[in-house]
Design a protein around this ligand. Structure first.
Ligand code: 0O2
Length: 215
């Protein structure tokens, strides 16, 4: 990244804007979470994490895609400078949250990648949205990109271990371990499906009038 004074100033400004967009998205998700809890006595969000991409990681990504390190390139080509991760209990919750965020009229959805329906060859499963969130400054509105990754606890468990393994092997994970990870991802999918069915059965059994119907 350029380090002359003018650039450092705009770097700080850029980070302020991304950090504001990230906070805004977290607040929107917290509101949804509270509303679900209040209205349905049920919360589809287990927890939320947010992070700003480090300068090193931004530079690495730009290099990987063949771009020079500049603020302009970073704003144009790095779509996950501001990232929010939403961890849900069940796969159905992932889609509920995605739908609720997508429906917000002042958010523009730039792209959606459904790695749950179409997992990556690595086995990675998650639902990704790149959204433009309006950030209101004193004299202007800046639409800012935020990446939202939504997945289940089990998918997150897999992704975090796979990330650590990749880091340990510097990206060159031996084939045997890669195959095991793909196998684990399949088991996680089965587990998520079973947990969802189990939860639906319990919901049905506890629904008003269920006992009389069963008798
Ligand atoms: P980090 O360190 O998490 O920020 P892009 O590379 O973003 O320009 P791409 O590859 O189409 O374009 O984006 P994609 O597939 O939506 O992936 C974006 C992010 O998803 C990654 O960001 C990871 O966080 C996560 N991800 C994607 N594939 C995998 C995977 O196979 N395993 C794990 N553990 N995470 C994955 P970064 O910047 O690559 O990494």
């Amino acid at each position: 990244m350029d380090t002359n004074n003018a650039s450092v100033d705009s770097w700080e400004e850029v980070i302020l804007i991304y950090s504001s967009a990230m906070k805004e998205m977290v607040t929107r998700l917290e509101i949804l979470s509270n509303e679900f809890q209040h209205t349905h006595s049920y919360n589809p969000i287990e927890h939320l994490k947010s992070r700003l991409k480090t300068p090193e990681s931004i530079v690495k990504k730009l290099r990987r895609h063949g771009y020079e390190s500049s603020i302009e390139n970073m704003v144009t080509y790095v779509k996950d400078i501001a990232g929010v991760r939403v961890i849900c209990s069940f796969t159905s919750d992932v889609y509920k949250i995605a739908e609720a965020i997508t429906a917000q009229s002042d958010i523009e959805i730039l792209s959606v990648k459904d790695y749950i329906k179409n997992p990556k060859p690595s086995g990675y499963q998650s639902y990704h949205i790149i959204a433009l969130v309006p950030v209101y400054l004193s004299d202007q509105k800046i639409d800012t990109k935020v990446e939202i990754q939504i997945r289940t606890i089990a998918m997150d468990f897999w992704a975090s271990l796979e990330h650590k393994i990749n880091y340990k092997f510097d990206g060159n994970v031996p084939e045997e371990i890669r195959n095991q990870l793909v196998d684990c991802a399949g088991r996680i999918r089965d587990l998520d499906d079973r947990m969802l069915s189990l939860n639906e059965e319990v919901q049905k059994a506890n629904a008003p009038g269920a006992e009389t119907k069963q008798q």
